[in-house]
Ligand binder design. Structure first.
Ligand code: SF4
Length: 58
């Protein structure tokens, strides 16, 4: 699973709250790709919860 945060991110913090092993919010959310495989369920949950649809999962 490949996870990206696009330029729409408004740094709201929701993804980090839901799936903090993968997402860290600095100026924008950044992805720890090495943690994705073990956290796929919460990555999908965070993508659904992102208010601006900035999390792209492929
Ligand atoms: S939930 Fe979406 S908008 Fe909010 S910090 Fe994460 S990627 Fe950015």
């Amino acid at each position: 699973m490949d996870v990206k945060v696009n330029d729409s991110c408004i740094a709201c913090g929701a993804c980090e709250s839901i799936c903090g092993d993968v997402f860290k919010v600095e100026d924008v959310a950044v992805v720890d790709q090495s943690a994705v495989a073990a956290n796929e369920d919460c990555v999908k949950e965070a993508a659904d919860a992102c208010p601006v649809g900035a999390i792209e999962v492929a």
